[in-house]
Design a protein around this ligand. Structure first.
Ligand SMILES: NC(=O)C1=CN([C@@H]2O[C@H](COP(=O)(O)OP(=O)(O)OC[C@H]3O[C@@H](n4cnc5c(N)ncnc54)[C@H](OP(=O)(O)O)[C@@H]3O)[C@@H](O)[C@H]2O)C=CC1
Ligand SMILES: N[C@@H](CCC(=O)OP(=O)(O)O)C(=O)O
Length: 429
């Protein structure tokens, strides 16, 4: 695949798109939504082939759940396009404006970044979300999904392009980078990361190996989305029922997502009230997860004494602390104070999503102010870290870095600003 030529075409489309009014971009997004709906059968059959290949290759069912599409998940994908159409176009927004004493008028306005490349995991829904967020914010986008979702992504991108063309949009504003095979399978990722001047920003979504490659080799500006080692801390003042419900949801609702629970911290005063109840709550998932007890609990010495007995309760190894399991497995640890919980989290987390369950407002605010993460919750599940759930329509990923964008990235993450200065023949003395 000639990525130079693809990027040259994306560059031209991005220049046209940057000047496109919101109504025209919205009409194009509606065209893409209609084309995806019309291509439903082809998308689902390509996706079945991807899923079969992944299963044959031994991919876990938790991971298959990220890849697999259904009629209802396609409905959700199409619905999220319509939610995005309703969002305010960030391009052209005046962030600040003032007049300096010499009479020059200065305005700081939001503008697109240009050509973005998104490198992402096996979720075909990200193909649509990333395209739509880029398009609405006036950017062209090169999509580099996982090779495991290649057949699905081909059909999806082709439908989007024909939907854009049919509705007067910029069909060249979106392209799919096709992974190579064998030793060359990530050659296109290397190309993207080195494409200074051709790609304005790369957004890698993925695990440690991808992020290592990005950190070591990227020469283009990057907004990193990191892996998720996320914690739930049950405070001494927690309501046990709420604590169990939040921990259960954080672990079970989508265990292979980056914002699922990997390590539960419980204050020693609540261990007896919470841990056995949570173990019982997990037990009802045994059939679904295919694991005895529903979830394997890897415990420190103290929590092991509270929980020990059933076969899903084991002693944690050192490597389990700070581990992203992405599965029905979880580490459990008892702590003596909120300060100890915060210290532990800051030493082991990946700056993604963290929550405290407590009825103490003072400790809630202490936790929120002290934990270093992109999203810090009080009395809520960490599974809410999501552009859709935050009302952004969709997300490009969850940035775990601190510059430019942090947390779920919506439309504004793909914009920068520009100063527009109006004078009347001003010259500097
Ligand atoms: N913070 C966030 O927003 C998100 C975080 N994540 C994190 O991602 C991880 C799960 O993703 P996973 O399914 O493992 O995806 P991977 O990290 O395996 O893959 C993601 C993308 O990167 C490519 N890739 C993988 N390794 C390399 C490499 N060494 N060099 C170049 N390209 C590479 C993949 O290509 P190919 O598949 O073709 O090998 C794929 O396109 C979890 O840790 C999760 O927490 C995931 C999504 C969002
Ligand atoms: N924001 C999403 C999770 C982000 C995501 O897609 O992550 P992953 O499952 O690791 O690919 C959600 O809440 O479902």
């Amino acid at each position: 695949m000639d990525l130079d030529a693809v990027c040259a075409s994306l560059r031209l489309a991005s220049a046209r798109l940057a000047l496109s009014p919101a109504e025209k971009k919205n009409a194009a997004l509606a065209g893409a939504a209609a084309a995806l709906d019309a291509a439903r059968a082809d998308i689902l059959s390509a996706n079945r082939r991807d899923v079969e290949r992944a299963r044959a290759g031994g991919t876990s069912e938790a991971m298959i759940a990220r890849l697999a599409l259904s009629d209802s998940s396609l409905d959700d994908i199409i619905a999220s396009l319509h939610v995005l159409i309703e969002q305010t176009d960030p391009v052209g927004q005046v962030i600040a404006g003032w007049k300096v004493p010499n009479g020059l008028e200065i305005r700081q306005v939001r503008v697109p970044l240009g050509v973005a490349a998104v490198i992402y995991e096996s979720r075909p829904n990200v193909t649509v979300d990333a395209f739509a967020l880029a398009y609405k914010s006036g950017n062209a986008v090169l999509l580099r999904g996982s090779s495991s979702a290649l057949e699905s992504n081909r059909v999806i991108v082709s439908a989007i392009r024909s939907g854009l063309a049919a509705s007067g949009g910029e069909s060249d504003a979106v392209a799919l980078s096709e992974p190579g095979t064998g030793a060359d399978s990530h050659a296109d990722v290397d190309w993207i990361l080195g494409a200074r001047g051709k790609i304005d920003v790369a957004l890698p979504r993925g695990g440690a190996s991808l992020i290592r490659r990005v950190v070591e080799t990227a020469r283009v500006p990057v907004i990193e989305t990191g892996s998720g080692v996320c914690h739930v801390y049950v405070d001494s003042d927690a309501d046990p029922e709420m604590a169990v419900a939040i921990a259960e949801n954080s672990k079970i609702q989508k265990p292979a997502a980056c914002n699922s629970l990997e390590c539960l911290l419980v204050h020693r005063d609540k261990a007896e009230a919470v841990l056995p109840a949570l173990r019982s709550a997990f037990a009802k998932y045994a059939a679904k997860t295919g694991r005895p007890g529903g979830v394997e609990l890897r415990c420190d010495g103290r929590s092991f004494s509270v929980l020990s007995g059933p076969e899903n309760v084991v002693r944690a190894e050192d490597s389990d602390w700070g581990m992203e399991f992405l599965d029905y497995v979880m580490a459990v640890r008892i702590v003596d104070s909120v300060e100890e919980a915060v210290e532990y989290i800051n030493a082991h987390n990946t700056k993604h999503s963290e929550t405290i369950v407590t009825s103490s407002l003072e400790r809630a605010r202490y936790f929120q102010n002290s934990v270093d993460a992109s999203c810090v919750y009080v009395n809520a599940s960490i599974r809410f870290t999501d552009g859709g759930q935050f009302g952004m329509g969709a997300e490009l990923g969850i940035s775990t870095q601190k510059l430019h964008a942090r947390g779920p990235m919506g439309l504004t993450a793909l914009t920068t600003t520009k100063f527009l200065i109006d004078g009347e023949g001003h010259i500097r003395p």
